[in-house]
Structures are given as C-alpha cells and as structure tokens.
Ligand binder design. Structure first.
Ligand SMILES: *Cc1c(COP(=O)(O)O)cnc(C)c1O
Length: 377
C-alpha cells in the first residue's frame, strides 16, 4: 500500500451503540438506519454485523436496498424516500422492502397495481409533515390518505404512521414539543376514525437525538442513525456522550517533514504564516479523501499523543500540520484525523459543517478496515 490512510471501523462499537438505543427504548423496535453506506462505515459490513440484533434496516434510496439484498442481507429494509415507479414496487413486494409513502404521486402508482402483479402484500409507512416541511403528506390529509389505503387490496393492514423532527438535536427546542403534539393528535384522530378501523396503526417518530433526550417520542418504532456510529448528539455535554463509542477512526501518516523560517507561508495561497521557526508535517490525506477542504487553521490533528494544529489550506491529497511542539517526529508517524482522541464533530465545527457530513464524505479512495470481537478472549 502506498500510504497508510484508512478508516478503521470498530464493529463492536456499533453493536454497543445499538444496544444502548435498546436500553433507552426497551419497548420499541429500533430500526438501524444505514443509508449513505452506513454513514460512511460500509453498509454491508454494518448490516451483517447488526442483522441478528435488529428488526429491520432503513436506507434512503431504492438502489441502496437492492444493493443490500443482492449481497445477502435478509431483514426487511425500509426505503425512507419510498419508490418512484411500478418496477420498484414489484421488487419491494418480492424482496421485503418497506415503502415510505409520503406523497400523492406514490399513492397513485401503488393504487394502479393489481394484487396479482405482486408476489406479496406491500408493507407501507405513511409519512406526514409535522413541521419539518421536507417530505410527507400535509397533516390534515392523513386520514384521507389512510382511507384511500383501506380501499387498496395490495397492501398490509399493518401501517406505520411516521414523521421526522426538524430540531431533535437542539435539546428543549419548542418545535420538538409542537411536532410531538401534532403527531399524537393525528394518530389519535386516525385510530378513533371508524372508517379506518380495518387498519392496524403503529407509530414512528424518533431519530437518534430524540431517542436519547425525548422519552415521549419513543414509540413502537424508532429510527436510530448517527448514534450507531457513536457521535455525540448535542452541542452541550450530555450523559449519552459517555455511552456512545465513536466507531470510525480516520487515520493517515506523515509523508514529508520540513523546517521553515519565520515569515514563510504554508500551502496554496499562503493561508498560514509562521510566526517563528516551525516544523511542518505533510500528511497524506486531502479533500479527495473526504477531509473537509473548509477546515481552518488550528483544526486539531492527533500525532504522538498530542493535539496539533492544521496549518494552511487543505489540498486534494495532503494537509499540513504544525508539529513544532513535538520533540520527536518522523516520516511515517501515525496521524488521527478523527476517532477516539478527536471527535468528528469537533473537526466538523472547524470546517463549518456537521459530523454527519464528515462521516458520509469519506471517499471510496479510503480503504475501510474492520475491527471486531476485540472484547472476546
Ligand atoms: C436519516 C434519518 C434518520 C436517522 O437520523 P439520525 O439523526 O441519524 O438518527 C431517521 N429518520 C429519517 C426519516 C431519516 O432520514
């Protein structure tokens, strides 16, 4: 291998994080969200690891579900953006993919398919817009949609009523309670509507931060994503931080070292100037690997048990770090970009983005290396 850059994925950490979600919500079924290649951790490996523990998986796209099926994953897979055409529905029925139904166009497609065209009944989740204003039927149309579903003979009468929080990561934000109340109101109104008595409705509202901080939002089904990968969920310190274990360690190594004089600049555009004689380490990772180009001077990097500052612009294939503070430093030294010692969220903040973005942006050029069963003797 020409360089040491890789993402080391701790599968035991993912198991432990999933189990923590179950401890918090023992009466719920927690669906593991593994969209976007399991937030960059490798969807297949994560799915294989969690399959014995979870009732189902969730992905964003139809293609992501097909990929998992073609690689031997058997548990049901919820497709969060639903389907777009008849061929996808036929596939979904055959291969146990659950459909998020969030707009009229999808309902029209489902309604036109004859029962005889499907090998099994479809499992449908009905999503409504409780305040996020991104996907979902208007709240005041939910009962009309459910009524339409009672008239269709190709779907299961077990339906899940679903919505998504816009501010779950902001503990105590007023929209959270508002969305929860609207959700409960629509649910109660639906189950009390005798025209809908043939349906068996369950509910799903909570994503990771809601599972952790909003006990009332833990319903029959939850949808943990980011917590499985161990990032802290809130801006302020929270009890859950101690329970969540970061699963990804993004590492590289020093590929070049030099001394520069006071007044010299580093990198494209000279975005950092040495205020004294300095030692600069060049590390073999750049924005083409998913290290954020927006990371500013001072973004922490971990080398030889010390936090050291990124200096100069992030290049496509390299970054530069001021390692003057190290007494000993060598070409080949290991560098942690984020992981056990530096939180992805902290790097994200230095690059004006969020941890979710960094995890999912680690590119295909970076090999994933898996650690598991480390605790088993
Ligand atoms: C991505 C996603 C989730 C998971 O959210 P986290 O914040 O990662 O836990 C849950 N539900 C829906 C609809 C999503 O799109």
């Amino acid at each position: 291998m020409s360089r040491n850059t890789r993402a080391i994925i701790d599968l035991d950490a993912i198991i432990s994080n999933y189990q923590y979600s179950k401890v918090l919500a023992p009466d719920s079924k927690n669906i593991a969200v593994i969209k976007a290649n399991a937030y960059g951790h490798g969807a297949l490996k994560v799915a294989k690891t969690l399959e014995p523990l979870v009732p189902a998986f969730a992905v964003a796209l139809f293609e992501e579900a097909v990929f998992l099926r073609e690689h031997g994953i058997n548990k049901p897979i919820l497709i969060l953006q639903g389907i777009n055409n008849k061929a996808e529905i036929i596939y979904a029925a055959e291969y146990d993919c659950w459909l998020m139904l969030h707009q009229q166009k999808q309902l029209n497609i489902i309604s036109k398919i004859k029962r005889t065209e499907l090998s099994k009944l479809l499992n449908v989740w009905v999503k409504f817009d409780s305040g996020m204003h991104r996907l979902g039927f208007d709240a005041n149309r939910v009962e009309t949609v459910l009524l339409a579903l009672t008239q269709i003979n190709n779907i299961h009468s077990d339906l899940v009523l679903c919505s998504h929080f816009s501010h779950a990561g902001e503990n105590g934000h007023k929209n959270n309670l508002k969305q929860q109340q609207l959700f409960q109101q629509i649910y109660l109104s639906s189950i009390n509507n005798h025209h809908l008595s043939s349906l068996k409705l369950t509910r799903s509202l909570a994503n990771s931060p809601a599972i952790v901080a909003m006990p009332d939002s833990r319903l029959e089904w939850n949808r943990p994503g980011i917590m499985l990968y161990g990032l802290s969920l809130f801006e302020a310190p929270h009890d859950s931080d101690k329970m969540l274990k970061p699963a990804m360690s993004f590492v590289s190594s020093i590929c070049s070292l030099r001394e520069i004089d006071v007044g010299e600049t580093v990198g494209y555009g000279g975005q950092w100037t040495a205020d004294k004689k300095s030692t600069i380490a060049t590390v073999s990772v750049g924005y083409a690997d998913g290290y954020p180009r927006q990371a500013k001077n001072g973004t922490p990097v971990f080398i030889r048990n010390q936090r050291l500052p990124l200096v100069g612009a992030v290049s496509m294939d390299m970054i530069t770090v001021d390692v003057t503070a190290l007494e000993v430093v060598n070409i080949g030294d290991k560098v942690e970009l984020w992981g056990a010692n530096i939180a992805a969220n902290e790097v994200a903040k230095c690059a004006n983005t969020i941890g979710y973005h960094l995890l999912t942006a680690v590119s295909d050029r970076v090999p994933r290396e898996y650690k598991e069963n480390e605790n088993v003797e």
